[in-house]
Design a protein. Structure first.
Length: 262
């Protein structure tokens, strides 16, 4: 079966890469709000015009990541259109079904598959390669562009990634030469990851390394530190001997400074 590439970072979630960061912000606001929000609410919190906020909200509705509702009024007047998120981290009925499925499958893998972390890491690498478009043969892609494409892809998958000098990054990579840190500010399956970090986090680490391999990078995630603070995970990125690193069955998943049990 031919590989299906996704052009421009668009896969029906947060939108094309030029909208990804802002739309991820809107998704986070929807996810964290306990009540439906208005276009004006989103515009004020994101710092954009109301027309721009409406555009992002309607795009999320089209992608199945938000739904419209109406303000309940007790006085005359036209009710406001409100928006509610339908994301994996919410308890919305439709989203909860996917969460329950993810929990059931990961628990089954963790309980019944020997070396479960290695299995999901391999699955993640294949997933990352299949969802990442390789550079054209005559295209020159430096590590900065590789990082930008990786961040765009993870952004489209709800991880709300950042790359750079942040407190979480300093914990993950304390002064290592050639080392950087990729901070995943949102885990779409955070509840499941807490129960089976070796399974879920290995899958995500594999995705990162599969994407980096497809992009021709000389860097790889060499460890992943899950749940640094609220919803934070940190992947250590280092320049490696690619051939030797890619032969490894998995990478360390460090919970509270220790390797998570398999």
């Amino acid at each position: 079966m031919p590989r299906q590439h996704v052009n421009g970072g668009f896969d029906g979630t947060t939108g094309r890469s030029n909208h990804g960061g802002r739309r991820t912000h809107v998704i986070q606001l929807l996810r964290d709000s306990k009540a439906p929000v208005s276009v004006q609410d989103i515009a004020e919190q994101v710092g954009v015009h109301q027309n721009t906020a409406r555009f992002h909200l309607e795009s999320l509705v089209d992608a199945g990541l938000a739904e419209r509702t109406q303000q309940t009024r007790t006085t005359p007047g036209r009710p406001k259109v409100l928006y509610r998120g339908t994301l994996p981290n919410q308890t919305h009925e439709r989203a909860q079904a996917y969460r329950l499925l993810a929990e059931a499958l990961t628990t089954a893998v963790a309980d019944n598959v020997p070396e479960a972390g290695a299995v999901t890491y391999a699955v993640g690498r294949t997933w990352g390669r299949n969802l990442t478009e390789a550079p054209e043969p005559d295209e020159v892609v430096d590590e900065r562009e590789v990082s930008a494409r990786l961040v765009s892809k993870l952004d489209a998958l709800w991880f709300a990634p950042t790359l750079g000098d942040e407190p979480a990054a300093q914990v993950a990579s304390p002064g290592g030469a050639g080392m950087d840190a990729l901070v995943l500010n949102n885990c779409p399956f955070v509840a499941t990851a807490r129960c089976t970090p070796q399974v879920v986090c290995s899958l995500h680490a594999g995705f990162i390394n599969g994407a980096l391999a497809e992009l021709g990078s000389s860097r790889r995630a060499t460890a992943l530190v899950p749940q640094f603070g609220e919803h934070h995970c940190v992947a250590r990125l280092e320049t490696v001997d690619v051939g030797r690193h890619d032969e490894a069955a998995q990478i360390p998943i460090l919970v509270a400074g220790r390797v998570a049990p398999a």
